[in-house]
Write a protein that binds this ligand. Structure first.
Ligand code: PHE
Length: 445
């Protein structure tokens, strides 16, 4: 059987498409707002460079050497204890779980694309009411757009690596970049631009506590799509003789620059037309539309374009969140791609409906446990526990389990003298850092 592989540029775009997601444009600006700006950005950047980049190379290597779904790759590469290591590959499940809320959020974005054409809220209070009505009472609207997201994502998956995933990324990623860059250049011409630069890059370390530190590290993981098997599964379809280090470099560079461009642009608009850097998940759904309102008709055009870019970012990440499990059923159980894609799609679609209902008045009470709704629980368990655990497993696997000669054979020519530094960081720095983050996130520290 001939296996479809990504082209070189196709791989970089698809992996960047996975990395650049709701995390960059929706989450990064609001957590930067929440944790005080510059100092937070510096910690996040340092984590991306010191930990994220090295795990990205390790995760790519597992896929590239294994050439199969995550479970089989771990199993094949482990010199012993294969049955144990194979479980690390079930990390792919985390992607399906993330999709449970990711698809619902993409649904909100679809809704905002449509409504922004003719309506923007005239104040932050009004924007708050609009968003909270959508979230807490509009079952059918949310269900409609959630269904649309499900159909789009599943359809692309049924078309496979080349005809589906690569093709979609070839169109959506450049479009997204053009929209964001266009809006960014407009933002640089506004008076408030220097203020946004100052907010994002002038650190005030008094604002940083251990919580901010943990969030910055956790976010570096989420935004680079690490620890789940998305990058690993894509890497199984990388061309032979690819340069992993260069590929990882491009993905990290694109992901980070898009987050910074989006952040600078959004904060400029919020300073210029709104109430300054907003905090919390409502930033793009509440404060931003109210700021766009102040811009008149240009605001409507910008809002529509912005939400299109955000939807594209979310969709290209979504396919990478589901593909690991699709690949698993194809490789291990010889399912057809069609059957695997539709089954996995139906899983996140149906459970996603429960997540959606868990925000709706009337259903909320039966779908809330402790202080979190089902929706929030899924977000918390995947991001706080599953991804860091997966990252830890990958670092240990390449650092200690897979024979060093095997790792060296591929990466020494690509990393040169930096190989030993990378290997050391993977073995010692990364696991310790990940462990601390995990303990803090689940509240032990
Ligand atoms: N990186 C994506 C984002 O920033 C989310 C994601 C996480 C995608 C893990 C794949 C795997 O939104």
């Amino acid at each position: 059987m001939k296996i479809a592989r990504f082209s070189r540029v196709g791989f970089i775009l698809a992996a960047a498409g996975s990395a650049v997601g709701l995390g960059n444009i929706w989450k990064f600006p609001y957590i930067t707002g929440e944790y005080g700006g510059g100092a937070f950005v510096i910690i996040y950047l340092a984590t991306v460079l010191l930990i994220g980049f090295s795990i990205m190379i390790a995760e790519m290597l597992i896929g590239y050497l294994g050439r199969k779904d995550g479970v089989s790759s771990f199993e094949d590469l482990a010199p012993k204890n294969k049955h144990l290591w194979k479980f690390a590959g079930f990390q792919g499940l985390a992607g399906l779980f993330i999709m449970i809320f990711y698809s619902v959020v993409i649904g909100w974005i679809f809704n905002y694309i449509v409504t922004s054409i003719y309506y923007l809220p005239s104040s932050v209070e009004e924007a708050e009411t609009t968003f909270s009505t959508l979230l807490h009472s509009s079952v059918w609207t949310q269900l409609f757009y959630h269904t649309l997201a499900f159909i789009w994502i599943t359809y692309v998956l049924t078309k496979g690596i080349k005809g589906g995933i690569e093709k979609m990324n070839f169109v959506l990623m450049p479009t997204l970049m053009i929209i964001l860059l266009g809006m960014f250049f407009y933002a640089t011409s506004l008076d408030a631009f220097p203020k946004a630069v100052e907010f994002m890059f002038f650190p005030d370390f008094s604002k940083i506590d251990s919580d901010a530190f943990v969030v910055a590290v956790g976010h570096a993981f989420f935004t680079l799509s690490l620890g789940m098997g998305a990058i690993m599964t894509y890497s199984a379809s990388m061309e032979k003789n690819s340069n992993l280090v260069k590929n990882a470099f491009w993905v990290v560079l694109l992901d980070t620059s898009i987050a910074i461009v989006a952040g600078l642009m959004l904060f400029t608009f919020l300073y210029q037309y709104g109430s300054g850097p907003a905090k919390g998940p409502g930033l793009v759904f509440i404060s931003l539309p109210a700021a766009f309102f102040e811009m008149g008709i240009v605001g409507n055009i910008f809002a529509v374009l912005f939400f299109i870019a955000l939807a594209f970012a979310g969709l290209t990440s979504s396919v990478s969140l589901v593909e690991p499990m699709v690949q698993y059923f194809i490789d291990r159980y010889s399912w057809s791609r069609l059957r695997a894609s539709i089954s996995m799609g139906l899983f996140f679609y149906l459970v996603g409906i429960i997540a959606l209902l868990s925000n709706i008045d009337g259903f909320k009470d039966i779908l809330t446990w402790g202080d979190k709704s089902f929706f929030d629980w899924v977000d918390y368990v995947t991001a706080a526990i599953m991804l860091p655990l997966g990252g830890l497993a990958m670092a240990i696997f390449i650092g200690f389990v897979v024979e060093k000669q095997r790792v060296e054979a591929i990466l020494k020519p690509q990393l040169g003298f930096a190989f030993e530094a990378w290997y050391f960081s993977l073995r010692y720095i990364t696991p310790v850092a990940m462990f601390i983050v995990m303990l803090s996130l689940i509240g032990v520290l």
